[in-house]
Ligand binder design. Structure first.
Ligand code: PDD
Length: 281
């Protein structure tokens, strides 16, 4: 696989990042995941806009322009013959001479930028989309700036492992009784034909797939309520689903062992998935 590191395209086993990189030592960095369908990037602009916001919230500078970033994405897709999969992008605050809690001067320490591809043949036809996934609920004990897409992913990883230990696929995080989001996706329920999802705030990541899905739902005259919903409401809902760049729209059929609706993927999630994939190709 060819990867991109700080201006160079290299075979993955020749790519190098310093042991002093703050991404490695302090999770001081941000990332984006852009899906690729039929060799085409899905919603690159949305991801680029969110990346800029994450960087500016952390007083970091983009080491490349948006046009250069697009070229790098395209170049990696081409060099790796990627048909279906994703492009991972990470920008960390770089490698100062010594470990220090204070941020280094950006004029002296440039950020580190890394991109690589992951091939996922048949990404759009994931079998889980037909069966749905099972989630458990866990306390949301993450920090208060979940709107910034940082590489601090330890708790979401632990949540995923807690789910697997219970024979489930993922975890929904709950704060004060209300669902915030999934470990790596935004959460939705459907009740009496209305789609309910938590509004944008610092409590959740502002999903790029979420924005697109809500736009398509409005265009299709579907009713959407952007409001927090409780775990109890979710268990009593007609349908539940999640969205992310890597899963698109994915039905949730069980929460903490309770079947959602009929216990099978519902029509609203199926329709939104179909529209999303159609619009993204
Ligand atoms: N995760 N919420 C969280 C906590 C996420 O990590 C993600 C994305 C989302 C959905 O955002 P988007 O629709 O822009 O992908 C919501 C990516 C896919 C990941 O970490 O792999």
């Amino acid at each position: 696989r060819t990867v991109y590191v700080n201006g160079e395209y290299l075979p993955e086993n020749e790519a190098r990042v310093s042991v002093f990189d703050r991404g490695f030592l302090m999770a001081d960095g941000v990332y984006e995941v852009t899906s690729v369908l039929d060799g085409k990037l899905v919603d690159f602009d949305g991801h680029a806009v969110r990346l800029d916001r994450s960087l500016s919230e952390l007083s970091m500078r983009a080491p490349v322009t948006r046009d250069e970033l697009l070229q790098i994405h395209r170049e990696l897709v081409a060099r790796n013959d990627l048909t279906d999969g994703l492009v991972y992008l990470q920008i960390t605050r770089g490698a100062p001479a010594d470990r220090d809690f204070a941020f280094p001067d950006p004029d002296e320490v440039p950020p580190t930028i890394v991109l690589f591809t992951q091939s996922k043949p048949g990404l759009a036809d994931a079998p889980a989309a037909k069966t749905g996934i099972k989630v458990i609920s866990i306390d949301d004990i993450r920090w208060g700036r979940r709107d910034i897409k940082t590489v601090q992913l330890l708790y979401p990883s632990m949540g995923k492992m807690m789910a697997k230990a219970k024979g489930c696929d993922d975890a929904w995080m709950v704060e004060d009784g209300y669902v915030t989001e999934g470990t790596s996706n935004n959460a939705y329920i459907v009740k009496d034909g209305r789609i309910v999802t938590r509004p944008k705030s610092n409590d959740i990541l502002h999903g790029i797939t979420r924005a697109a899905v809500l736009r398509y739902a409005a265009e299709a005259q579907m009713e959407v309520d952007e409001r927090p919903f409780t775990l109890e409401e979710a268990k009593a809902a007609d349908e539940a689903f999640v969205t992310s760049a890597s899963t698109f729209v994915m039905p949730v059929v069980e929460i903490d062992g309770t079947p959602v609706g009929t216990g099978a993927p519902g029509p609203v999630a199926a329709r939104l998935r179909e529209i999303y994939l159609e619009e993204s190709r």
